[in-house]
Design a protein around this ligand. Structure first.
Ligand SMILES: [Zn+2]
Length: 491
């Protein structure tokens, strides 16, 4: 069943004061119908996407809003004609961008903002026509951090080195990974933040231990991961944002919600507690799948007065069962630990999961027999040989041996970008994007330049020199290169 803005599941139960609350809530979760996919707002021609808001003509894109003509994106918003984008916003015509903002025509770019027509960039701002560059500000026509002097010279040199075939791209990628090892990395990455502690936080104030909160204008928050955009006084959240005020222990809550606690997938709602998949509602406790409802407990409707009477008994009851103030018990999750984002951020083995009493999924997706499978040896090695006849054909992934389909949009974009189509299954591509993130943990280390104590997402012995944000601010990359050559900076 595909639904928009939730389902309406009114089949309420009286609260049983002889049993724990989580047990009763779990029974509702098991009894209620669940949507096969979660979609919000108007979506067009994007049926192979999930957790999408306002998607158009996109394929295998997950978690995001306003995604138009994109493929294989994750947690990205306001992007169009992008392939393999993660945690990026306001980007257009980009390929493999991670945590980028306002970029156009950029390929293989990480932590960049307002860059155009460039390839292989890391931590660049306002750069144009650059190739394999790190840490540059408002530069153009640079190759490997060196100024070519003119557009003509840049284009002449680029024509000689720009990769064209699959293997050339792989080796250029490896070359760039080696090149950036010589450059210092900022102990944590923040953009226009005031009094914030965390990594990958943008335009926010007074946020503590927050990670990948790339949406702007978050204030007075703590322990929030992934999301952002007008979060105010939110504590312990994941995938939450877009105007949320006073939130506590939330997963995927947003779009104009306030006074919400211990909830999963709640939107446009207020005063909602211990609930899941509820939309445009208020005053709910322990509810699943409601929309446009108020004063409900375990999906049963009450008068306003009786609702508060019940809560006056439920809270002491949950204190007695030690459930009050705790998030839903993991053992009641409908998913195996390995099927969720938790495994991406905090990977554990099946054995450890089972020891902790967590579910572990052994489910194997049953695939239809692939049609029109192309032998690997006739796939184009360069963008110039991409033909429209490839659209709809199936390819077997060279790494996992799983089949995947090449779409018409993929052919069109890759040809326009002058990039060959990768021959890896989308799962491998997502794993590759996730490689460009650090664990959500801060080390206490010493800056390699000024020796002061600094918090860092990189350990002291990281493969790149780690500097504190104030040293990084005054560190021009060219200057740093000459310091490295003179041995003034320890490696
Ligand atoms: Zn320093």
């Amino acid at each position: 069943m595909i639904v928009h803005y939730g389902i309406q599941w009114i089949n309420g139960e009286d609260f049983d004061y002889s049993r724990p609350f989580f047990e009763q809530f779990h029974e509702i979760l098991l009894a209620a119908p669940h949507p096969a996919r979660v979609t919000f707002g108007e979506n067009q021609n994007s049926e192979y996407c999930n957790y999408n808001f306002g998607f158009k003509d996109s394929y295998l894109c997950f978690s995001g809003d306003k995604v138009d003509s994109c493929l294989y994106s994750y947690a990205s918003g306001s992007i169009s004609k992008c392939i393999e984008s993660a945690y990026s916003m306001h980007c257009e015509c980009c390929y493999r961008v991670v945590r980028c903002k306002y970029c156009f025509d950029c390929f293989f770019a990480f932590d960049c903002e307002r860059c155009t027509s460039s390839m292989f960039l890391s931590d660049c701002l306002g750069c144009q026509s650059c190739y394999q560059c790190v840490g540059l500000r408002h530069k153009s026509f640079h190759i490997r951090n060196e100024d070519c002097g003119s557009k003509t010279e840049y284009e002449r040199r680029l024509a000689e080195i720009r990769p064209s075939t699959q293997s050339e791209f792989l080796s250029a990628e490896r070359q760039f990974e080696e090149f950036i090892l010589h450059f210092p990395v900022k102990s944590f990455h923040q953009v226009s933040c005031e009094d914030c502690v965390g990594h990958e936080v943008h335009n926010s104030k007074n946020c503590f231990q927050c990670f990948t909160v790339v949406g702007d204008d978050n204030r007075d928050c703590a322990y929030c991961a992934v999301g952002g955009q007008q979060m105010f006084r939110c504590y312990d959240t994941y995938g939450t944002g877009c105007d949320v005020k006073s939130g506590l222990e939330l997963s995927e809550v947003g779009w104009s919600s306030q006074d919400v606690a211990f909830c999963i997938k709640v939107e446009n709602s207020s005063e909602v507690y211990y609930s899941h998949s509820c939309y445009s509602s208020n005053h709910l406790f322990g509810c699943f799948g409601l929309k446009h409802q108020s004063y409900c407990i375990l999906n049963k409707k009450y008068s306003e007065a009786e609702y508060y009477n019940q809560l006056r008994k439920i809270v002491p009851h949950m204190k007695g069962t030690k459930e009050w103030g705790e998030f839903f018990d993991l053992k009641h999750s409908l998913f195996g630990y390995n099927e969720t984002a938790a495994q991406t951020h905090f990977p554990i083995s099946e054995l450890v999961a089972r020891e902790k009493g967590l579910r572990w999924s052994l489910y194997e997706n049953i695939l239809a027999e692939p049609q029109e499978v192309l032998p690997n040896n006739i796939l184009p090695d360069t963008w110039a040989d991409i033909s429209d006849t490839l659209a709809g054909k199936t390819v077997i992934c060279r790494t996992t041996k799983k089949p995947f389909r090449i779409t018409a949009l993929e052919c069109k974009l890759h040809k326009g970008f002058k990039l060959p189509i990768p021959l890896q299954h989308p799962e491998i591509r997502l794993e590759r994007l996730m490689k460009y993130r650090q664990p959500y943990f801060l080390y206490q280390i010493n800056c390699i330049k000024c020796n002061s104590d600094t918090l860092s997402v990189y350990p002291q012995d990281f493969k790149r020199p780690v500097v504190c944000p104030s040293c990084y601010k005054y560190l021009d990359s060219a200057e740093y290169l000459s310091e490295l050559k003179n041995g003034a900076v320890a490696q």
